[in-house]
Design a protein around this ligand. Structure first.
Ligand code: SF4
Length: 411
């Protein structure tokens, strides 16, 4: 089954550490952008029926509005996109529909409107509970606004909430991180994503650090923060199912389905992000919007980055490109079977609890893990970076901090 990603490239400001394809001051483009997104969705939907080999006739079980700041999109514009989605794809009855939101941009009527449209999972970019860190990151919200946004989301009947945090910041002490995580845990979210700061090329923060205006983040301290968080979240009842992601176990929401041998629910802990599982399981997804990436029909592809050019391409198109490509296509490349196997290993290894399952791999590729990657897995097992048995292969606890060393073996 398919997953669908929609990119909303609008933000109030550009945060100093961010390298996403997003823009401040382009709000006037929102109506045309929503129209272009709806058109792109309809074009793909009309051609997806028989074309997605692994797809299932245009059925989609997850939709993800990412950004940027999707919560800046007015409800009528989101509604236009939802109409196109429902006209064009068969969204499953339990379809997970996530929208990323900035805690400072939402009120109760807006959140109720999202629920009415069908959004059933919210992801708030919290990042920190420390005023100085929020300021350093250029975040416009306070932690008090986060508390209020979570309260409003629960009032609006959101039963599935994710909160994002960042650690490993310049000037951040272990005590500050511990305080942020402790205060975030009090909000009782269903899912947490914890990301280490990465100094990306072209961002102001990277340049401040390299010019000596900010201290270089300490990787050993970041590792301590990660390990402390892992232990704390385990004690708090969270399951770490991916290197940077934790989900709460079932408490009165979706029912646990137990162990399942399918690719989609390697082990059905509730509140795992099904959309991101689609990526980690290397399964097909369609990407819509400026700079969006997709993987379907045997190709990886991406759209043009500029929202204005994206709109022009969609408005001006008269020819219908081959599925899964869009009139806004920027680049594409075919994925052969060997690359698909390597990518399945690299991404599957991110799934801490499950890793890459022997049976699923055999069913998909007609070859066992040992026959294809025996040499690599034996070496990694020797180095105590991978556990490998009849069930499959997965990272050891020690390897979580050096996971790239493992991933490289499968490139
Ligand atoms: S709000 Fe998010 S997407 Fe927008 S600039 Fe900041 S970090 Fe990037």
């Amino acid at each position: 089954m398919l997953s669908i990603y929609l990119h909303i490239p609008f933000c109030l400001v550009r945060c100093a550490y961010c390298d996403f394809n997003t823009y401040a001051g382009l709000d006037d483009l929102m109506p045309a952008y929503a129209g272009a997104l709806a058109r792109e969705v309809r074009l793909a939907g009309s051609r997806s029926g028989g074309a997605v080999e692994q797809g299932g006739g245009g059925a989609a079980h997850t939709v993800f509005f990412g950004g940027g700041t999707p919560s800046l999109m007015p409800l009528p514009l989101l509604s236009e996109i939802f109409v196109a989605l429902r006209d064009s794809f068969n969204l499953t009855p339990d379809c997970e529909i996530t929208l990323e939101a900035n805690p400072g941009t939402v009120d109760l009527p807006y959140l109720q409107g999202l629920r009415a449209l069908g959004v059933n999972r919210l992801s708030f970019g919290v990042q920190s509970a420390q005023p100085s860190e929020l300021q350093l990151l250029d975040r416009l919200h306070s932690f008090e606004q986060v508390i209020e946004a979570v309260r409003l989301a629960r009032s609006a009947d959101f039963g599935n909430l994710n909160l994002d945090l960042i650690y490993g910041l310049p000037h951040q002490s272990l005590a500050m991180w511990q305080d942020t995580l402790a205060r975030t845990l009090q909000l009782e979210s269903d899912h947490l994503s914890l990301y280490a700061l990465s100094l990306e090329h072209g961002t102001p923060m990277r340049s401040w650090v390299y010019r000596g205006l900010l201290p270089m983040p300490d990787p050993d301290l970041a590792a301590d923060m990660y390990e402390w968080a892992s232990e704390t979240l385990r004690a708090a009842g969270f399951v770490q199912y991916e290197i940077s992601n934790w989900s709460r176990k079932e408490v009165g929401g979706r029912k646990s389905e137990g162990e399942d041998s399918s690719y989609l629910r390697p082990r059905a802990f509730d509140f795992q992000c099904r959309h991101n599982l689609q990526y980690w399981l290397n399964l097909p997804y369609l990407g819509f919007g400026a700079g969006a990436h997709g993987y379907a029909g045997g190709f990886r592809y991406s759209n043009v980055l500029s929202p204005r050019v994206y709109v022009e391409r969609l408005e001006g198109s008269s020819v219908t490109p081959q599925f899964p490509f869009s009139p806004a296509l920027r680049e594409s490349h075919p994925v052969d079977r060997d690359s698909e196997m390597g990518e399945t290993m690299m991404m599957g290894m991110r799934l801490i609890a499950v890793g890459v399952r022997e049976r699923a791999f055999q069913e998909r590729f007609g070859i066992g893990l040992g026959d294809r990657y025996g040499k690599e897995l034996r070496e990694l097992k020797e180095l105590k970076l991978v556990e490998w048995d009849d069930e499959g292969a997965r990272l050891t606890e020690k390897a979580r901090l050096v996971a790239n060393r493992v991933f490289m073996e499968f490139v």
